[in-house]
Design a protein around this ligand. Structure first.
Ligand code: SF4
Length: 174
């Protein structure tokens, strides 16, 4: 037990605040309001890495850290597509992941959203279309929202979710 406290003291705070966190203070209550209104307080997201370098995943994971704590606003990442309202996809779609991605989408209850997160997911990024890659997510699935960036920050992801809940047509976060 003492060893654990020693380790906590020695490690210190591992989550850094962004340089400017005023935007988060505005986005968070708005996100909660929209999730409450459109998803009865709980928006469930299934995340699929279709071929990313993992940079995008690190930013998505940050949404659940003690600083952003997106669960408290009603946004949950779920293990099963059958429980998901939205599919969040990163990376270009590698040929090996194409059928798994389609299966995941087909297993979701409809209507459901598809969000392309990161430049690779939006337009193929560095990788494009090749023998190993299908390129952008929209080459495989209908996409409702594109969140560009390499990788997009947690604040951009939050803004993207807000944009998604505010409209019904495919769009790109600017
Ligand atoms: S957009 Fe950038 S961080 Fe995300 S998967 Fe592509 S190369 Fe990696």
């Amino acid at each position: 037990m003492l060893g654990m406290f020693y380790k906590i003291l020695k490690t210190g705070i591992v989550t850094e605040k962004p340089a400017d966190d005023s935007e988060i203070g505005q986005l968070a209550p708005e996100l909660k309001r929209m999730v409450d209104r459109q998803f009865r307080g709980s928006l469930a997201i299934r995340m699929v890495d279709a071929g990313s370098c993992n940079g995008c995943e690190l930013e998505i994971h940050a949404l659940n850290n003690p600083y952003y704590g997106i669960e408290q606003y009603g946004v949950h990442f779920v293990a099963s597509p059958r429980h998901a309202d939205a599919l969040l996809v990163t990376g270009p779609v590698s040929r090996h992941m194409e059928s798994a991605l389609i299966d995941t989408y087909q297993a979701m209850p409809k209507p459901s959203y598809v969000i392309a997160s990161g430049d690779c997911a939006c337009d193929g990024g560095e990788f494009g279309v090749s023998y190993a890659s299908c390129g952008a997510i929209e080459n495989v699935l209908p996409v409702d929202l594109k969140i560009p960036g390499c990788p997009p920050s947690p604040a951009q992801l939050m803004r993207g979710l807000l944009l998604l809940m505010g409209q019904r047509n495919p769009t790109t976060l600017r």
